[in-house]
Design a protein. Structure first.
Lengths: 270, 270, 270, 270, 270, 270
């Protein structure tokens, strides 16, 4: 059950309204990484969650994001208000000006209506927490960019509040994920295929426009990594060499064969 | 530049086509966590990336996902093919049957057209890598659920291949993020507000339907955490106690005041 | 500022979960006339509202709808839960089953993601109240249809609660509109053109498939109504009779002419 | 069956084309409250309607809106035409300029494609009429705002025509609704729960930013209204006082309990 | 200006309503290749068209499609009507059943709302006519598939009427395009680059799953065609051979170099 | 299987970045007629195609379009890059600036996310080829317009390359269609109704705003064409003349009657 108190979580004060910046602020009101997206992602994950402790976490933060939605909406409203009557201002966001009379609406800076396609909800708690960590990181960088695009002290002050809270949430979700004690890279119940999972497919080769060769790094060398030449190139060469027998896809023979490339790829481990 | 080799990255063989399962498979073809979403997210992040080494990583995996798109599309196509002529089958996905003649299309299991709203691309490399780690975790769990919904050995075999590769990619993205050497919870350049960032707002209180009290855990106690009673309840009480002076939002006074609750919240640190 | 209490506004209890009905319930969770649509429409109208009294009304009801969202979401979650593991159930909503693991998501019964396009927000208070009255009427009829599609007493009980509240809100919005004291059919500030506004254009003529002639009723006869033969037919006849001079559209002559039909239409007032 | 006469319902003449205003005009061509939305909403309600008299009304007005679509489209086309070759003009709506060659398209002022999500069609005649009354009120205010954003006499003249007709339609739909003779607030067949329906939940409390207390008005006092303290606060207090027993949601016990707040809420009737 | 006559362009009669087939019929009501898409595509192309003769053609057919929309909508309505009260029927399209009360709505067979994204309108007449020829071909095949999915004689009869008209329109659009007298493959004003335009890039190589080699046909051999080995493979080999100098993309040197492959590709003309 | 080579298919060099033009370029990156739309339309048609030779063609061109996506994306990226830090530039596309940090995203010039609704895929090869011919014509004209909106030589050079290739593809698809040897206007298997198919319905009549009478041309006269007076007007007149008996739609009588107008329409063949 929800209750609303007629006070903002953070008071907002602005200098001269800047409709162009008000339009930009809509990114965090009705945009893909904005406050409604955060509020809904966490609240609905919480509704579906069977772990009572982390469900509480999801509801705590989901509710806070609703209060943030109100703060950023109030801030945007102040900047957009001149659009109702000022033609020049109206041009910054004609949809807000004409359809909305200068009021905020659940859309982003280019007028796209908010959509639940922005949400990442799987009903698998540790997966959802990873989605939330990433979501908070995105929201943080968007607030930072907004701060960089305004000089109004009051506006910056409110955005700094909201931006800081995203890091708070990122920390909380990270702690909640770690406290679940799942082994690294263990998602769900079915384990990945042992050898295959450590093969790195080098599917983009050649030299880049700035002369860079193929990159090596901890993401494809060391540890258990096995470097595999791109399957497509291997397939091409095995075809040229006459070592490949074409097979009928769709045939029902019950004995699927693994592609040569993935199984026999010569590793070039350093 | 791309090249295509007329061979699948993983051969697919199925037994009796199952149109209902073919419809489900569309989740990984044109769905929110499917292969086109992965391919596009990484390839476009790569296109925007200024770090040549991790750009190579993004292009390697982005290209592999295109090959996966072809594999899962071929698999779905086999299961959906009867829809062209079989009325009973057609009912499992009338859009595929009637508009598509039994061929696959870039939509999910409920017919929603694929949309770029599924993608998370910020142009901030470490943030994008976090989004990718979460994306791979989601894709893995979706493949696992698909495996659980079929008994066809050939289908399971192909799905196991695709599922395993998601873990490979999750490992690679994690290594790439860690190798950037950024401090924990450091996103972008502007630091969060020091005290505020460690305050946990208890915005959902009371006893749950199963009798659970408010949860404590590493996400709100220990370390630097400071527990703050929900701002809304504090505001309500300060209003009742007569200690709050309403302020005019939108007023331009240059000296925004922080909300009482966030600043003066009594911490309940353990 | 929002606060959440870990108790539902209305307790929900169900008998045997019915995944097919759970899918139908999504209409009121993430559908066009559902609880999120109501919550967002009123809360954002409230955020934009300059009338403090009716703003309070909008926030009261907008907040209640968030609590309803939680109730209907919990109810749907109970019915959908079997989808996670039961293949037969999964078929009722494969998107919920596979992408969501049997949890609710912000979509309707056909899997369409919730979109802000469902909302009607103009920033003109009396217009918004009219939109809200209509929205509550729609929500009421949808709940009634859901009640008619289930036999489960607990489910019916919760739906009856939610349905009743829609009438409550419809009454409140109607009283709020009437108390504004605006003259009937007075919207905004610019008055309609005097004669034109009372002309009823008979644009659909002939005899219907069941033999019905053109209908007359208080919507086109009596009072100030003037019946005008369809402009298109008049134009056709004036053209045949040679009484019409074609004019160049797009011509800038500063003296636009009203169409003959609208000005000279022979009224057939009873 | 439809027929088209090659003459506009209202001749349009403009002075100097104003591409920026042309872009704004798209709101009424392909926008949420525009002429296609009106035409489709009424025509499809008409197609579904079993009341032959009001079906005729719906078809009359639905057809007129198609003629309006043509008028506003012609007007917008005149203003947008320079976009084909004038770079400066093209910037006002690059989608129209580049994809459309300066021609109109079914999108709004921010380029969103028209979507049937704008429509409100329930198949319940009196509910549909309420949606139509609200739709006409919205369309009227949008035309008024457009008139306020241009100085071109010919453009204003055409918009005045279109705006006036919205009031005509609003009158007609109101008369049609009233002539159905349904009791006030009676929607569908199932009556709301007697006591509950008159309870007003005060879900937003405290003092607003401008010092406003909770508002009372005909929407929550007088008549049958019973004022109920917000359920969430009551629940919180009953929990603190130890008078609440948590119950297991999802439990199938056949005897759902109504929440305390709704049943026992102390009214504060004036 | 439009006028509506209360008679269908083609009378529809059905036997026993088939809600499942009614759902399928929505493809041609509110689907991507359906009658509204056709009506809107042609009417708006017509509105934008400067060629008075072909504008008349576009308006003739655009208007006819509106009458088809009414026919197919009436047909679907008959089949869907049982959904209002029959639970089993309701399951075939819960959105129609619950939100629409068994009435048709502008959506396709999977519930997707009609969107203007379906339309292809460029404002370049010959290009638009090509889009229309393709659109009619698509609509024809969709009607044929629908005919194949029903046994009801009355339904088949109406669909045969509608299907036949698509061929009529395809013929008319083809004649209109040919009568414009434009040289083959001449689109717009800027000619393509002479040699490049006849180069066929073999970007998919290898042997297919059924043993097919690279295909040759009139689309890549004979006439002016020059066969070019896939640019990507050429680039890879030139890089391996050390004959490629990486260049800095984004550098502003005024003398862009064409890729080696496209310019110097060794043709393998037969 | 796909492979990526780290070299563009066409090197791009620009002078001074022009963010406004960069925004326009997004039409061909993530817009309705852009490179991703082309790549996906052909690749998925190819995946569904049973004709091995034309499947190869579809894969060749589908793959080339992926390389084009990379070229146009790189070009747009160069022009958009200043948006990350330059406020004035950011205003040209705030979504790219704030959400994307100046990187490209799969959206069009007005910020609409790419959607699979742009694609035309029917699984009927000759129909798909017609859709592709039209798609290439549209893409060509869009590139031409982009060329006309910039003066930067390097940008023009790259766009000329991409534009030329569209004509190449148009030629190839046309040759592939013609080589199938299908009779003209023969789509699918069910033939259209003989007389009806050659009737041209004159559904838009009267004299246009510039005085044009109804147009005659090879699309409605000569050959097998039979001109039919608009069915709606005929129906109206037969109703006035008392020669029409209204019939009950929805009645199941097994003997549907064709409308009088279509059967008995007096032809006005020249």
């Amino acid at each position: 059950m929800y209750h609303h108190i007629k006070q903002l979580m953070y008071s907002v004060h602005i200098g001269i309204p800047d409709p162009r910046f008000g339009n930009m602020l809509l990114e965090q009101f009705g945009g893909a990484n904005g406050e409604l997206a955060a509020a809904m992602q966490y609240a609905i994950q919480g509704l579906n969650c069977d772990d009572p402790e982390r469900k509480d976490l999801l509801m705590d933060i989901g509710t806070e994001e609703l209060s943030h939605l109100e703060v950023v909406g109030t801030l945007a409203r102040m900047h957009l208000k001149p659009m109702k009557s000022d033609r020049h201002a109206a041009h910054e966001d004609p949809l807000i000006a004409i359809a909305g009379g200068g009021g905020v609406a659940l859309q982003n800076s280019m007028g796209n209506p908010w959509t639940a396609d922005y949400l990442k909800i799987t009903g698998e708690l540790d997966v959802d927490l990873r989605s939330n960590i990433a979501a908070e990181a995105r929201a943080k960088i968007v607030y930072e960019r907004l701060i960089n695009f305004t000089d109004d002290p009051g506006t910056i002050d409110a955005l700094q509040f909201l931006m800081s809270r995203e890091i708070t949430h990122m920390k909380a979700f990270t702690a909640a994920l770690e406290s679940m004690g799942k082994p690294a890279f263990s998602i769900g119940c079915i384990p990945p295929t042992p050898v295959l999972v450590n093969q790195y497919f080098n599917d983009s080769t050649g030299v880049g426009d700035r002369g860079e060769p193929d990159a090596r790094g901890p993401w494809n060398e060391g540890g258990e990594w096995e470097m595999v030449t791109a399957p497509a190139l291997q397939a091409m060469e095995s075809y040229k060499a006459g070592t490949r027998t074409p097979t009928e896809n769709g045939q029902s023979n019950g004995s699927p064969e693994t592609v040569v490339t993935a199984k026999q790829g010569k590793s070039k481990k350093k």
